[in-house]
Design a protein around this ligand. Structure first.
Ligand SMILES: Nc1ncnc2c1ncn2[C@@H]1O[C@H](COP(=O)(O)OP(=O)(O)OP(=O)(O)O)[C@@H](O)[C@H]1O
Ligand SMILES: [Mg+2]
Length: 254
């Protein structure tokens, strides 16, 4: 099932053409990897899906309807959740508070915060996804980068996301932590979400991706399914082939 479809989408910032003629689909139960160098247009693309920016040409269909979100809240209400690299977490607040930030549970006639339920739910939701924290009372700033990404993903799933957009979730992580996050990304796909996974790393993309889109200066350079490309070819395409070979020669000491 197609959740988001973009057709010939374009976006400019003044004179800069950030996106030109982009077409793609985000399908339920699939991981679509968006790859490309710095400035290729990856973040711009997902900001259109998540309601931070508008496209200025082409069309975006969400559940088959032409859509232009007025705000990130509107996108979220349609089930499109975005986890940014610099996570919007309040470092000093406990894990459970961050989990329920903006969607706090309340109880009774005086609408007091239902702290016990929020704590227990946070603990069980994280455990369900395989994260066992010693203490959900811990400030979230004390968790590792990978754990914070996992909490943000678990939160999106708990609040009913159908599309999960991840902007370079493994960029700042080591090998082991990247592995934990990638397993988590795969779990979101297996739970039926449509995942958009932005990364610079072809290995990470190939470990989990079903579909690969490569952007180059705002244009689509590659659009293929997993069965249509090998990891080697994906890596070569990303490196710009000849450019990398030339650089290798240039840097080699004689
Ligand atoms: N708010 C903005 N105003 C003006 N230009 C912008 C703005 N945001 C992005 N750009 C420009 O648009 C182009 C695409 O930027 P974008 O952030 O989408 O790239 P990216 O692929 O996410 O790069 P990175 O890998 O570095 O995150 C770049 O040339 C960038 O300088
Ligand atoms: Mg970016």
């Amino acid at each position: 099932m197609t959740l988001i479809q973009m057709s010939n989408v374009g976006k400019r910032y003044g004179n800069i053409v950030a996106l030109h003629d982009i077409s793609l689909r985000v399908n339920a139960g699939e991981i679509t990897c968006v790859l490309g160098d710095n400035g290729a247009g990856k973040s711009t693309l997902i900001k259109i899906m998540s309601g931070l920016h508008h496209h200025d040409s082409g069309e975006m269909l969400v559940d088959g309807e032409p859509t232009r979100f007025g705000s990130p809240r509107e996108a979220l209400d349609r089930g499109i959740a975005t986890v940014y690299q610099d996570l919007a977490v309040v470092a000093l607040m406990p894990v459970w508070r961050n989990f329920f930030l903006g969607s706090e549970l309340r109880r009774g006639p005086f609408k007091v915060l239902d702290i016990d339920t929020m704590r227990a739910t946070t603990r069980s939701e994280l455990a369900r996804m395989g994260i066992h924290l010693n203490d959900v009372e811990q400030p979230i700033g004390q968790l590792s980068g990978g754990e914070r990404q996992c909490v943000a993903i678990a939160r999106a799933i708990h609040f009913g996301a159908r599309v999960l957009i991840l902007d370079e979730p493994t960029a700042a992580l080591g090998v082991k932590q990247s592995g934990v996050v990638l397993k988590y990304v795969a779990a979101a796909r297996d739970a039926g979400l449509g995942v958009v996974f932005i990364t610079h790393n072809p290995h990470h993309a190939y470990l989990v991706g079903d579909h690969f889109i490569l952007l180059n200066r705002g244009r689509m350079r590659l659009d293929c399914k997993r069965a249509e490309i090998s990891l080697d070819d994906l890596t070569r395409e990303m490196a710009g082939g000849d450019e990398l070979t030339a650089l290798t020669h240039e840097l080699q000491r004689t």
